[in-house]
Design a protein around this ligand. Sequence first.
Ligand code: FAD
Length: 803
Amino acid sequence: MKSDARVVVIGGGVVGASVLYHLTKAGWKDVLLLERGELTCGSTWHAAGGMHTLNGDPNVARLQQYTINLYKELERISGQSCGLHMPGGIMLAGTRERFDWLKMAQARGRYLGMDLELISADEAARVFPIIDKRHFVGALLDPIEGHVDPYGVTHAYAKAAQIGGAQVVRHTRVMDLKARPDGSWDVITDAGNVHAEHVVNAGGLWAREVGRMVGLELPILAMQHQYLITEDLPALKGQKELLTCIDFEGEIYTRQERGGVLLGTYERAGVPWSPLQTPWDFTHSLLPEDLERIAPSLEVGFQHFPALAQAGVRKVVNGPFTFAPDGNPLVGPVPGLTNFWVACGVMAGFSQGGGVGLALSQWMVEGDPGADVWAMDVARYGDWVSLAYTNAKVRENYSRRFRIRFPNEELSAARPLRTTPVYERLQAGHAVFGEYCGLEHALWFAPSAAQATEEITFHRSNAHPHVAAECQAVREAVGLLEISNYGKFEVTGPGVEEWLSYVMANRVPKVGRIALTPMLNERGKLIGDFTLCRLAAQRVFLICTYAAQEYYRRWFERHAPPPGVTVRPCAMEYVGLSVAGPRSRALLQSLTREDLSSAAFPFLSFRALDVGMIPALVGRISFTGDLGYEIWVTSEYQRALYDLLMGAGAEQGLKLFGGRALNTLRIEKSFGTWAREYRPIYGPYEAGLGRFVDLKKGEFVGRAAALEERDSGGALRLVTFSVDASDADASGDEPVWHDGKVVGWVTSGAYGHSVRQSLALGYIPAALARETSGFEIEIIGERRKALRQPAAVFDPDGSRMRA
Ligand SMILES: Cc1cc2nc3c(=O)[nH]c(=O)nc-3n(C[C@H](O)[C@H](O)[C@H](O)COP(=O)(O)OP(=O)(O)OC[C@H]3O[C@@H](n4cnc5c(N)ncnc54)[C@H](O)[C@@H]3O)c2cc1C
């Protein structure tokens, strides 16, 4: 084993091997993979090898497409067979709702270039003869599905990497990792030490333990997972290979295995494996079978697939593999550490391994993953994630693997965990809560406790009229919203202005003022949208998306401020309440001696002032697009502030409103938000944020690319549509059609209560951005007429918020 390497990849499962191959492909040859046993000896060797392209996140779906298309290339380079079988796949719907879900999946597939076909139950039985069609409503066919041989794939990656210059060393366990002051690592193994510039944790079942070597508690947990293989079925003899299949109602997946069928299940009562510590002596091992546990799924499965009930069981496999709380991988550089990367929590290594390897290698070599990997970025979790939280969420996610997640559905595991001081007050106001980063926040308010639950549906829910009333209060009187669930940083010290001006695209505001600004990467793409609130010459308060706070922290480490400037995350230190609506000024004015007239405290002002007895930071800004104020206090004051505002608000017609109303109100104003309209695949001019990019102020990250985008106009345009929808609105990821072709996609949608129209925001090609008609948006399988709006549908000239 060599004693120095540019990169040490820890782990020779399918993921580590893919990372190694992709590093060599990206041009880094001095790379070394260390594996404590044989390649595949963790969770990889006993996988069922199934692969498919569908994923809830379109960007992850793209990486899955990449993975599946890679296998032929791998075979060619390595000479190693991947055991590729591509019979295509079928997804069976047993209910109308599931069929609606399949329609939506097909629609989403359209703008990903996927060729998915909806078929009837009769047709399903024709192409997939082992089902009893009486149990099904219809199905979706995907030609790009199949399965591979886990051993073959992993060895193909490793061989291709070795051909590219990499080294693979087996039977060598990494025992510890020590950081050197220059950011490089001493990798301590049971066969000697290696000095590495970078370390990649691809430890799979042991990724958690490898993380602990550097003080990390990665949010991953292994679950036991079982599949069985039947004896040969006479019906399959001499036939074309069976399609791979997902039966959602049975929570079952199947594929052909030689002359029999492999049947696996994500049972509801899933069981974690080694929740605290993965044993190091677990090598090429399996767990005792427990068919009893999956009996309820098998029972349904045998009704749906009668031929399987007749067949004997040839083999049962029970093996563990790891999941993150949301089921997506954990990939990327870890905030707070230098040159330490992770590629773990990959629960679908044969669909995702290639994409994970590609993204991580580009990130390491080019400094950027080259794709929108937000959904699998390790930085989406913060230090609020504990071992027990992970355990609860992973179990929930596992049990729901084949269940529908409705657009208005909130999951119940690990709740309530984080609450703000006004939680009980909001509860008393009959709030229906949602969870965000473990934090409870009000979605909407019901008229009574008995009505404070929401039916989950693809259509408008029972919340609709109540959200309408909340919107009306904001547009006509005044509403109160809790806004604690934002990310916050406090930046202080001499040089604040210079540094912020370099990392942000807009100019830093003057003292007492607010500026909205995109943050760009070097490619000029959007990696954040911030509100900069300047309290003093050397003190700026940054408000941003809470879920991305770690992601931003990592960026601020990369573009570190000069000595003397401190960047301090302070999300939960400052909690907030916002009042918005035409009477919000009168309400707040009644509680402070400060002059809040527009002349004295104009739009985009920010100041420390007392509200009653409460010291607060107040900004004149509101995401509702109406006259409004955001009031930030340290948490011990929040209850008093709430009581004060509620007491004084009665006279002004104050009403509580929640996240659902806020979403509607911001869409009426065509205001975008992170992870929906603003993502690293869009540029600021494409996203309509060009007015917040100050190209004259001097150098800043992404300036050259932004300049280019301004001059070329960019390829895409974010636009607003009013949609001819009836009882279901767009919610995101629906395709946008124009003249019979899919040209774009929806990023957000809602019913605009104050403008009485169904609305959607989405991206279309810039060349079409002048067209107003000819558009359609596909909602639950129906193409609805959509009219592109030239500007925001509510108060397009912004006079309300400036009033
Ligand atoms: C029953 C079952 C069925 C499955 N079916 C499918 C399927 O159909 N399709 C699909 O895509 N996925 C399937 N999976 C999931 C799939 O197995 C995983 O996605 C995949 O194996 C993850 O690979 P990995 O490389 O991350 O982890 P692992 O395979 O666990 O690899 C990690 C490697 O790191 C090594 N290692 C760890 N720590 C150290 C250390 N300190 N020093 C040196 N080496 C170390 C380990 O020995 C191990 O070889 C299935 C899993 C199971 C259990």
